[in-house]
Ligand binder design. Structure first.
Ligand SMILES: Nc1ncnc2c1ncn2[C@@H]1O[C@H](COP(=O)(O)OP(=O)(O)OP(=O)(O)O)[C@@H](O)[C@H]1O
Ligand SMILES: [Mg+2]
Length: 299
């Protein structure tokens, strides 16, 4: 791996006022977030809160309706390959590996942004490829050692157990030599031992000088790991702070339990929908469980 960088506290990622609308749905509303060098930052929130959508805005998969994303002071164009070559790498909530390639080949594909030769040359073994091949191979094996999959370098990706596929995704992301790594639910589907190991892996990545932004539903994982945690609820950033501050915030608990609370983002929309439903009240609408509970609690 690269040598450990001395941590001067520079801003690695700065997202400003990012909004993403899909037709009438605002999945992310005016969210700002910074990640500094040396930091592990968590992004949590209930299902459908907009976490993955926000990642997609950061990485150029989506062009945000509003807002900007800057990496180390430069605003990024919303194009995935440009974001990757700028220095942001990610893993996906739904694992995206080349199932019929080997473990090693998957990591080599991740390196293509950092070699002159490019993806097709790497895959087709073009003339320029041979020279870069040895170095790339060495680096890829180093990364496999780092995540503990070197002994499976020649296995097909699709034959790996789920937890190892998640690790391989991380190795592939690291192969682009990022300065910031975005992880979308890295421990989903893992057993407790694998989750613990992933925690250690993320610390080790941070110690290599790579800042990390991580989405997870496993709260113990998040609060152990993160220097700072931001909470998204219904597309809006509700709270941001240290693990202790976020854990102690009753609004966060309420958001997860689904209990309405004063000033909750989306309260106005809920009220509007309920008013509209009440206006054209029918026996079936009245029987809808969601309508019943919300109305009672709101009184
Ligand atoms: N491409 C899309 N088109 C339309 N709506 C979308 C699209 N992507 C996401 N959404 C909607 O945006 C909202 C936020 O979804 P998102 O996947 O970002 O949530 P999440 O916080 O990652 O949830 P989870 O924890 O379940 O992964 C949801 O209502 C979802 O249906
Ligand atoms: Mg998601």
């Amino acid at each position: 791996m690269t040598t450990m960088t001395t941590t001067t506290n520079t801003t690695v990622l700065e997202a400003k006022d990012v909004t993403m609308r899909f037709g009438g749905l605002t999945a992310v509303r005016s969210v700002g977030l910074t990640v500094n060098s040396g930091e592990i930052v968590g992004l949590i929130g209930p299902n459908g809160a907009g976490k993955t959508t926000f990642f997609n805005c950061l990485t150029g998969l989506y062009v945000p309706t509003e807002g900007t994303v800057a990496y180390k002071g430069t605003v990024l164009p919303p194009k995935p390959h440009l974001v990757t070559s700028a220095g942001i790498a990610r893993t996906f909530q739904n694992i995206r590996l080349f199932a019929n390639m080997t473990v090693l080949e998957n990591v080599l594909v991740g390196r293509h942004t950092r070699t002159k030769e490019g993806l097709w040359s790497a895959l087709l073994r073009g003339p320029g490829f041979k020279k870069a091949e040895a170095a790339s191979h060495e680096r890829a094996m180093e990364l496999l050692e780092f995540i503990g999959l070197a002994h499976k370098a020649d296995h097909l990706a699709r034959n790996l157990p789920y937890g190892e596929q998640r690790k391989l995704e991380i190795a592939r992301a690291l192969a682009s030599e990022p300065g910031l790594l975005l992880l979308d639910e890295p421990t989903a589907g893992m057993n407790p031992q694998e989750t613990r190991a992933t925690e250690e892996l993320v610390f080790a990545i941070r110690d290599q000088g790579i800042a990390v932004l991580v989405i997870e539903h496993d709260m113990r994982f998040i609060f152990n790991l993160c220097d700072r945690v931001a909470v998204l609820v219904q597309g809006e950033k509700l709270v941001e702070g240290t693990s202790d501050v976020v854990q102690a915030d009753e609004r966060v608990v309420a958001a997860y339990l689904g209990t309405p609370f004063e000033g909750a983002p989306g309260d106005e929309e809920v009220a509007e929908v309920e008013a509209a439903e009440a206006a054209q009240e029918t026996p079936s609408a009245k029987a809808a469980p969601s309508t019943d509970t919300r109305t009672e609690d709101d009184q």
